[in-house]
Design a protein. Structure first.
Lengths: 528, 329, 325
């Protein structure tokens, strides 16, 4: 049997030493789930990026309000050619192994992120070439004009070319196909913290990188950062209450009051740029999991409108979320380009009207369908689903709830094996196009990757594609409004709410709620 | 002696082979190993190539042989969920589980014998009866309820002990231990109590009834008649006769403790094998389940074998009736 | 070497009354003895009464519960988190309060106990049939079959039932289509718990079967041409019914706890049809937020139920096996 790899042993030994000698502060950061991998291009997933942001850096990073600020690029802009962007790179930056950061690393990393096994390739789909001008200048040429290119780069991490080549990790980990490479558990970035040790699903230890380029700019005071996975809600809260951790990123809503009332603790609350909604299989001829045979109830718009009216969003907000959500009538979070107050209106709960609509559609006696739900991804996801089951039951729709881990739930959506499901969607680019292309466009190799509704509307597809190269922002926004108009009437999704984040922490830690739920510790402040 | 030893070893190997057959069948027939290993967009060609590489078209006996050969080398393939070698996953989590199990067994044996002897001597005493009632309440308390109660009391209300995990651990070679740091030792207390509790009540009641049984035998009556004092009878004669079956049971139960750690580990987020197994069951991560099964079987067989041989060495008269395991829940 | 008497599987002396009794005479024979011993033991009476009350209440849940806890449509989310003895907006009284979904907790516990007890009984029945059958075969037939069965029983006994149950659960889940998981959840639980507990019966029955097999009257019956099956049914089975009953009682408590543990680990029954274990799992989330009743009452019911059945089993064992008292 092959036991531990040498590097981990050495790293952990170093960790023990470090605990004893460090003079600064250790920040213990707890969350319910772990990053899926450290390979920066293998998974486009929130918690994965969140951890990697501390070790690796992109050219441009978003602060807690979602504003793009310089990271490895000091400045950027379009050249005289509307297809070519130029990035001026920061000088004097070092990787954790001491190697200097240069344009070669950027070119290498972007090429790596465009490999077939990369999960980040969609974000660079408009890119034609990436080229080095000099050691600290990079140019990106797009296939058509792309006014939003910089917005796509904020989670694209830069690796060290020589390190990747030396360790045989030029190829991105093929996560779906259960591959593993050196970069999955080892890292060499330019970020504020360097990896000390990692035990997946248990704990990842990092220490401050002494040569970090921004150490004078970001005085966070954290010398050691421990990212700890505590799955159970009660245990996570207990760990915070008992002082074993300093910061809980997903404080259960029911524990907010208790933490607020603790003398040494505080809670920061803010909206996340993420909506929670139900998706319906509107495209199939017949639902596999329904008792209705020969036709698909969800294909009938009246049924979808009826269900939309049956969901009592305010009750979910009050009881399930204890006020920590904003009920919504659209799956676009506010702040996303294209969002309007008009879209955000949701129909009042009207069970009689809903029943009348169902009767009109021929489902007076209702119908049954299997309802898939994650139980470890969004705030109170399983409880939301349970209450939705009750509300749908009141209009005669029998939803058979299957609540399971995200690792089992998401493949059902990606493989179109569900008729009715709950999903949450964040919009890191803050533009409606990101929603259209993932959730509404017809499912193909490149588009509609998270659209399990089987909805396919050639008109919407065409308009969505046209957004990608429209440089006239006014015209572009008009198109977005037009798309939303159509989709709103279609109601293939039943929006529920925008989820609110609650960060629990010690009073002497100051971490602002990050709108994308990607808090970066370098922006935090620790006081002693 | 040698023949007996060989027979014991052969039996152990047979048991391991039987469990291996079960593990192999799980791996081979539960779910489609190919579908679990390739992405959904893999072509038919990819699938067939993988089938060939995995040797899924070979005769079943050949496949089983290969499985056993791999298992002997600690090779159980790749976890479906984590995409890592199962052997590495197990090795990483082994020390946490063993440390917990060994300490719990020690606690259960020491405290169980003390309380068992006490309740046997003071059969009708108030304390003894209270202990007996408590032990019955203890058996009726699900482990996870005990765990939650302890966490609430000692971690949240009193804040004496940490609520989860192992605390700081120290690495010695490939082994990790929590015994060398204060936070590590504190972290051990509640999980050890929780895990050891059931075994403790079991051993206590066993010691008590064995003691009562022995006390009734002619041998003790004879000792009494000879005028040996009661204290000496209790400890030199009765307890000594009780200890063999007790230590046997404790030894045989060790495998059970290791496996029963599943629940304790889940409650305390203890990063051991049991928590890994529960995860694997939820995700139907067959390679991890199969490997864990083999691991527990190996622990069981090893302890059984050691006890068997010790037993034989201690008391050749017992050769015909090798000790059999006694159950936990 | 002796087995653990606490688990009731040490082969008791076959009592003369039971040997003489045949068929229906069996019950009459230990009726008087047992009833007397029962009346004399206040603990047994209390435990028996508690068990009976719980079972009847659970059985009658659909008629006595204020609310159908398994019908999501009857729940009003706005009634969530009501404290015990408070009234909902519509005026109905919630004696034990409501849970996070607005479900009346008393109703949830009644329905939940119904699931727990049903799973317990069916699992025990399953393991009893399996264990008694295998034990009879092993004891009566002997030889290699006996060795094989007993070796498997040994293995099973050294693993905690929870491990075997989890394993069976995982395997069955892998074998059936994911969309069927919830429908089969309870069946899978019964099979898993049942398969994890048969060995104790097998051992006890085997012991008795071996003893009986060599008795003269059995030999005589065999000579007279009675079939093995008939001999086992008429001579061996009646003798083992006492110990089997003891094991079954104690196993019922274990099975209920096992079901709760599996549900607590998240591999049991779905949250829309909660058992006691599921209720505890849900209630655990509210340990710090002041809604203590969601965790406390289901846990209390589970512990009291298991304790009562255990006490009953303890008493039954002592009553049937006076040597150990």
């Amino acid at each position: 049997m092959r036991f531990f790899t040498g590097s981990i042993v050495a790293a952990a030994a170093a960790a023990c030493l470090f605990v004893q000698t460090a003079e600064g502060r250790t920040l213990k950061w707890a969350r319910s789930g772990d990053a899926l991998t450290l390979d920066p291009h293998a998974q486009n997933e929130g918690p994965t990026h969140n951890l990697n942001h501390h070790i690796y850096e992109p050219l441009i990073i978003r602060d807690s309000k979602g504003k793009a600020v310089p990271a490895l690029a000091e400045s950027w802009g379009l050249t005289s050619d509307p297809l070519v962007w130029e990035f001026k790179l920061r000088k004097g930056v070092k990787f954790h192994d001491g190697a200097p950061f240069t344009a070669d690393d950027v070119v290498f990393s972007y090429e790596r992120a465009r490999q077939p096994s990369s999960d980040m390739k969609q974000l660079l789909s408009s890119v034609d070439t990436v080229s080095k001008v000099d050691d600290h200048t990079v140019r990106i040429k797009t296939k058509g004009p792309n006014p939003l290119l910089p917005a796509n780069l904020t989670d694209l991490f830069i690796m060290n070319k020589a390190w990747a080549e030396k360790n045989n990790t030029v190829k991105v980990q093929d996560f779906k196909n259960k591959e593993e490479n050196f970069a999955v558990r080892n890292a060499n970035g330019t970020g504020p913290f360097m990896l000390v040790s990692r035990a997946p699903d248990v704990k990842t230890v990092m220490k401050a990188f002494p040569d970090y380029w921004g150490k004078d700019q970001y005085k966070h005071g954290v010398t050691q950062l421990e990212y700890i996975v505590i799955k159970s809600d009660a245990t996570r809260t207990a760990a915070l209450l008992s002082g074993e951790v300093d910061f809980v990123q997903d404080l259960p809503v029911q524990d907010i009051e208790r933490v607020k009332n603790s003398p040494n603790l505080k809670v920061a609350i803010g909206p996340e740029n993420r909506s929670i909604f139900l998706g319906m299989n509107v495209g199939a001829k017949e639902l596999e999991t329904s008792d209705v045979k020969g036709k698909n109830p969800f294909a009938d718009k009246r049924v979808r409108h009826a269900l939309n009216m049956a969901i009592n969003r305010e009750a979910i907000q009050r009881v399930v979320m204890r006020g920590q959500s904003v009920p919504t009538g659209t799956i676009a979070p506010p702040g996303v380009n294209g969002w309007t107050k008009e879209m955000d209106k949701y129909p009042p709960v009207d069970l009689n009207k809903a029943k009348a609509l169902l009767k009109e559609a021929g489902y007076e006696k209702g119908f049954s369908v299997t309802f898939h739900c994650p139980n470890d991804r969004y705030v109170n996801d399983e409880a939301i689903c349970q209450s939705a089951v009750g509300m749908l039951g009141q209009v005669g729709v029998k939803a058979n709830l299957v609540a399971q881990s995200k690792a089992l739930h998401f493949p059902l959506i990606q493989k179109e094996q569900t008729d009715f499901y709950l999903l949450g969607w964040g919009v890191p680019t803050f533009d409606s196009h990101y929603i259209f292309t993932f959730l509404y466009q017809t499912r193909t190799d490149k588009t509609g990757g998270w659209n399990a509704t089987r909805y396919s509307n050639p008109e919407i597809d065409k308009l969505t594609v046209s957004l990608e190269s429209e440089t006239d922002l006014e015209k572009r926004n008009a198109t977005i409004a037009k798309i939303w108009n159509v989709l709103h009437e279609e109601t293939i999704y039943i929006p529920i709410h925008i989820q609110t984040l609650a960060y629990g922490m010690r009073k002497d830690v100051d971490i602002v709620v990050d709108i994308s739920n990607q808090p970066k510790i370098k922006f935090a402040v620790l006081t002693n | 002696m040698i023949a007996y030893g060989i027979r014991s070893v052969l039996q152990a190997v047979l048991v391991l082979l039987a469990v291996a057959l079960l593990a192999f069948s799980m791996f081979r027939y539960v779910g489609d190993p190919v579908a679990n290993m390739v992405g959904q967009e893999a072509t038919q060609g990819d699938r067939e190539a993988l089938r060939e590489r995995l040797g899924l078209d070979d005769p079943i006996l050949v496949q089983f042989g290969r499985f056993v050969a791999d298992a002997v080398q600690g090779e159980f393939g790749i976890s479906y969920k984590q995409g890592r070698k199962v052997a590495d996953l197990l090795a990483e989590r082994l020390p946490a589980t063993l440390e917990l199990a060994i300490l719990s067994t020690l606690l259960a044996v020491v405290l169980g014998i003390v309380l068992g002897v006490y309740t046997a001597i003071r059969r009708d005493g108030v304390i003894a009866n209270t202990v007996m009632v408590l032990s019955l309440v203890g058996v009726s308390l699900p482990t996870f309820v005990i765990g939650i109660g302890l966490i609430y009391l000692f971690a949240v209300e009193l804040r004496w002990l940490p609520s989860y995990g192992r605390g700081e651990v120290v690495q010695i070679g490939w082994w990790t231990t929590g015994l060398l740091t204060e936070s590590g030792r504190k972290s051990l207390i509640m999980p050890v109590l929780t895990l050891g509790f059931f075994q403790l009540t079991l051993i206590m009641r066993l010691v008590r009834s064995e003691m009562l049984e022995v006390m009734r035998t002619d041998f003790i009556k004879f000792a009494r008649a000879r005028g040996i004092n009661e204290r000496s009878i209790t400890f030199r004669h009765a307890l000594r006769n009780t200890l063999i079956p007790v230590v046997t049971i404790a030894g045989l139960q060790f495998g059970g403790v290791v496996a029963f750690a599943i629940v304790t580990e889940s409650v305390f987020q203890w990063p051991g094998l049991g928590a890994l197994f529960v995860q694997a069951v939820q995700f139907v991560d067959i390679p991890v389940m199969a490997a864990y099964l083999m691991f527990v079987a190996a622990v069981f067989v090893a302890t059984n074998l050691i006890v068997d041989l010790l037993y034989f060495a201690l008391d050749p008269r017992l050769r015909n009736e090798a000790p059999a395991g006694a159950g936990g829940r | 070497m002796n087995d653990l008497p606490e688990h009731g599987d040490s082969a008791p002396q076959p009592r003369q009354a039971a040997i003489e009794a045949r068929g229906s005479g069996l019950s009459r024979a230990w009726d008087s003895d047992l009833a007397y011993s029962f009346r004399r033991s206040p603990v047994a009476v209390a435990a028996g009464a508690t068990t009976l009350v719980f079972m009847l209440a659970a059985l009658a849940a659909p008629w006595i519960a204020p609310q159908n806890a398994f019908d999501p449509a009857s729940l009003n989310l706005m009634d969530g988190f009501l404290a015990p003895m408070s009234r909902s907006a519509s005026g109905s009284l919630h004696i034990l309060g409501t849970d996070s979904q607005g479900r009346d907790l008393l109703s949830a516990i009644l329905f939940g106990a119904r699931v727990s007890i049903a799973v317990g009984f069916l699992a025990v029945a399953f393991s009893m049939v399996l264990g008694v059958g295998l034990g009879l075969v092993a004891g009566y037939v002997g030889g290699r079959i006996d060795a094989a069965i007993m070796r498997i029983a040994d293995i099973q006994l050294s693993f905690p039932a929870i491990l075997i149950a989890l394993l069976v659960f995982g395997i069955v889940r892998g074998l059936i289509h994911p969309s069927q998981h919830e429908q089969w959840a309870i069946g899978v639980l019964i099979i898993a718990i049942g398969l994890a507990n048969w060995a104790r019966y097998a051992r006890t029955v085997r012991g008795s079967a071996m003893v009986e097999k060599n008795k003269e009257y059995v030999q005589a019956a065999r000579v007279m041409g009675r079939s093995s099956l008939a001999i086992m049914r008429e001579h061996v089975l009646p003798n083992v019914m006492g110990p089997v009953l003891v094991i079954a009682t104690i196993n019922l408590a274990l099975a209920i706890i096992e079901e709760a543990t599996l549900s607590f680990l998240g591999v049991g029954v779905p949250p829309t049809q909660p058992s006691l274990g599921t209720l505890i799992r849900i209630g655990q989330q509210f340990l710090f937020s002041g809604e203590w009743w969601i965790l406390f009452f289901p846990a209390l019911v589970l512990v009291v139920l298991a304790l009562a059945i255990n006490l009953l089993g303890d008493w039954l064992r002592d009553a049937l096996n006076p040597k150990l008292k």
